[in-house]
Ligand binder design. Sequence first.
Ligand SMILES: [Zn+2]
Length: 140
Amino acid sequence: MKTPSYDWRCHSCGETNAAGTGRCTSCGFPAFAPGRKIVAAVRERESTDATAPVSATHASQDDLDWAFLFPEVIFAVAVILAFPFWFLSLLHEASYRSALALALLVSSGVGLGWWAWRIENKWVLYAGIVLVLLGAAVAI
Ligand SMILES: [Zn+2]
């Protein structure tokens, strides 16, 4: 196992460990860990540290945070569902600029949304929704 040549602080519990130790003496967390493991360890520590009332507040705030996506997300889904027909009818009407703008904005919005899903970031998701709606606004 790789060991640091310097004193290091545990990512998981915050314990200071001597150089040459590969794992935390307090909790066993490795000195070198992938970023997502560190993030998971820190999150777990925060959730165990938090007292019950505080975590209850957190939960309700999380619900509120997601609620701000409505009703935009509904419009965005409607735009995405209508997109193929809308795109074709714009082409049919020879509105190539609108068709192109719609296609670009909707596809980048969907791309952002997919990425947001992977990194579980609601702000990125919101940006994706805004792009899709922008595409609709431009095409109307
Ligand atoms: Zn530790």
